[in-house]
Design a protein around this ligand. Sequence first.
Ligand SMILES: C[S@@+](CC[C@H](N)C(=O)[O-])C[C@H]1O[C@@H](n2cnc3c(N)ncnc32)[C@H](O)[C@@H]1O
Length: 208
Amino acid sequence: MIPFILIFVLLIFITLFFLNLKLYLVALTSSLLILFCLFIVLLMVIREAIRTFKGNAPYLPSPKRVINKILEEIDFKNKAVVLELGCGDARFLRAVRKKKNVIAIGYEYFIVPYITAILHNLFLKNKIKIHYQDFFKTNLAEADYIFCFLITEEMNKLEEKLKRELKSGALVISNSFTFKNWQPEKTIVINKDKKTGFNNKIYVYRQP
Ligand SMILES: C[S@@+](CC[C@H](N)C(=O)[O-])C[C@H]1O[C@@H](n2cnc3c(N)ncnc32)[C@H](O)[C@@H]1O
């Protein structure tokens, strides 16, 4: 989100700069550009709200302590393929890629976190791949590890897809939400967050 805000602030400064030089036509063009960008973002936010209303997970990043705990507990093998379904700004994938030699791939269909992820990726030494795509429209057979933080309705839909496509032995790590029929191999409980008072749980599933 922060890079997004910075781009808008930069555009506003550019407009003010042209106004100061009395280049009114250029200033008008750049302010129209700002309005156009805001309009597009607004349309995307409305689209995301409709998706949430239909039972898909809204954008809410995983807390740092959850990500750190997963990195502590899960032994990500060398050169393994790690997919994040609904990767948001891809903070989990960046953290994994920083510490482990894996192939990190994310899928995200909400433009705001997607662009944030792309901007972060520009400055990374160890790049990750991010697709602007609905993960239900991709095949998940290449995954050795899958991470997700979704909601119950979407988990139920995802369960069938994972059972069909995942290779044997692949691990699915879910922040906070469980599958309807699949029993987790392991449940990791993280102690209460001092600020929110929440106990986070991480569920780990293995494809038989
Ligand atoms: C609760 S957020 C979690 C973000 C990130 N995984 C994390 O843990 O920080 C869920 C994200 O999944 C995305 N999402 C939900 N359903 C999706 C789908 N079918 N395809 C792609 N992205 C999806 C949402 O736009 C949102 O950014």
